[in-house]
Design a protein around this ligand. Structure first.
Ligand SMILES: C[S@@+](CC[C@H](N)C(=O)[O-])C[C@H]1O[C@@H](n2cnc3c(N)ncnc32)[C@H](O)[C@@H]1O
Length: 186
């Protein structure tokens, strides 16, 4: 089953897999460092909502969307305080005018990357912040070169930068080993 379908992700969460969040603390620190824990934050591909929970207890107005119904239902049970902040959906279902959108280990699973980034752009408020983190595979990166299904290429990174166009890149580098973080302002 292709890993960009809701059925695939439902099966992952049914099996009790999906304990990701390797870079959760890194994202929270980034948001704090940049002073972004304010306004509305949307975590797309939020899984069970661990980051939504973390940011909510840090005083933000954060909501999460995920394509997997199972992930969202499990998240509501695990994190009852944010149960009303978790929703099933993809980029086409999320609200407009978000101050911050987070894509945490999601970009690799998107088929039409340019179209996806275009849609994300349109869902940000003027001055809004986009944070993307994802593994990147390069010739020097043996770990992800053998895992193309969960990583992106440098060309895919360039698609983000090209599609964002006039956005200001506040941070864009391989900041944690082979993981890329891009922080961009509309
Ligand atoms: C590797 S997990 C990352 C989960 C979480 N963001 C984290 O960092 O721990 C990828 C998540 O993206 C979700 N996902 C995949 N494609 C999606 C899409 N097109 N729209 C929304 N969520 C999607 C999956 O259901 C899954 O929960």
């Amino acid at each position: 089953m292709k890993n960009n379908t809701k059925e695939y992700w439902d099966a992952v969460y049914e099996k009790g897999e999906g304990k990701y969040n390797a870079l959760l603390q890194e994202s929270v620190s980034l948001l704090k460092d940049f002073g972004f824990i304010k306004g509305t934050i949307l975590d797309l591909g939020c899984g069970k909502g661990e980051l939504v929970q973390n940011l909510s207890v840090n005083g933000s107005n954060t909501i999460g969307y995920d394509i997997s119904y199972v992930a969202i239902e499990k998240g509501k049970l695990e994190f009852p305080l944010i149960a009303d902040k978790l929703f099933v959906g993809d980029v086409t279902s999320i609200p407009e005018n978000n101050d911050t959108i987070i894509l945490h280990m999601v970009y690799a699973f998107i088929e039409n990357k340019k179209d996806f980034i275009e849609q994300i752009k349109s869902k940000l408020s003027p001055g809004g912040i986009l944070i993307i983190s994802t593994p990147v595979r390069t010739p020097a990166n043996s770990m992800y070169i053998t895992r193309p299904e969960v990583s992106v290429t440098e060309e895919d990174v360039q698609i983000v930068k090209d599609t964002l166009g006039t956005f200001t890149i506040l941070k864009g580098k391989y900041s944690v080993g082979d993981f890329m973080f891009i922080v961009a302002k509309k």
